[in-house]
Design a protein. Structure first.
Length: 269
């Protein structure tokens, strides 16, 4: 799903809620108009965003509580509906502005990749020393690595309870990320543009990295591999560009391709 239809639907929902909030209808009419807006907005958004986001933005506890309010009580009904409309309009506005922010933030970051845990644990070079552009065959283009939080949690588990290379490399990867992402909300730079670390005669683009936090109220899928693919798929819609999943595992590359993502399976694990 492209970012633009989501952004436009959220903006339209905000505008409708804001206009309804500013209206001067009788309490009963406002009450009915509010539920018409809510039902219409759910219909328009349910194919664009998750059920958890629908609940967070529209079908809130206060929304359901309004069903039990005596409509004859004019003043309380008006106040409660106005309060919920104000909250929902603000939430819609925050959501579409967040998408606008991402469009600007990600405009010039080049090729987007989600690197799964197997690569961090088994690649022969450390994250800041690896020539991932060579692995991906992308030449001098900038490379942007996006790391879902589930991958960070897996690396944390492996550094404490893993074995052999996986444990050592998980610890090294987390150390690099701590250095380049002193603020977890920032975009860090793993390496500036310049010669390849493996072949100085080949130029490579800048490599950047950022964390992808779990969305509010998000419930992870039971399998970490499925969760990584699901997050990569969501990222593809938010970034409005192709996202490549990089892995050593056949199962993971197959999952990614079945989901419609581009998968790069590295050799040599």
């Amino acid at each position: 799903m492209s970012r633009r239809p989501i952004r436009d639907a959220l903006h339209d929902a905000y505008q409708a809620a804001h206009n309804l909030y500013l209206s001067h209808q009788p309490s009963v009419d406002l009450y009915n108009a509010y539920f018409e807006w809510a039902n219409d907005t759910v219909r328009k958004l349910q194919t664009l965003i998750s059920g958890a986001d629908i609940d967070r933005l529209i079908l809130t506890p206060r929304h359901w509580a309004l069903y039990s309010v005596p409509v004859a009580s004019a003043a309380p009904v008006r106040d409660l509906v106005k309060l919920e409309l104000e909250r929902q309009a603000t939430a819609m506005q925050d959501a579409y502005k967040a998408l606008d922010f991402l469009a600007t933030r990600w405009a010039d970051l080049g090729v987007f990749v989600v690197v799964d845990t197997s690569v961090y644990c088994h690649h022969p070079q450390r994250l800041d020393e690896a020539d991932l552009a060579a692995d991906l065959g992308i030449g001098e283009e900038p490379l942007h690595i996006v790391i879902p939080m589930v991958v960070i949690d897996e690396l944390d588990r492996l550094k404490d309870r893993g074995n052999g290379d996986a444990k050592v490399n998980a610890r090294k990867t987390l150390k690099v990320l701590d250095q380049v992402l002193s603020d977890p909300g920032d975009i860090g730079r793993i390496r500036e543009a310049g010669p390849s670390v493996l072949d100085p005669g080949i130029k490579r683009g800048v490599i950047t990295v950022e964390l992808l936090p779990d969305p509010p109220s998000h419930i992870r899928l039971p399998r970490s591999d499925d969760e990584i693919v699901d997050q990569a798929l969501a990222l593809e819609g938010l970034a409005d560009r192709r996202v490549r999943v990089v892995t050593y595992d056949t199962g993971q590359s197959t999952r990614a391709r079945l989901a419609g993502l581009e998968a790069v399976k590295l050799l040599g694990k």
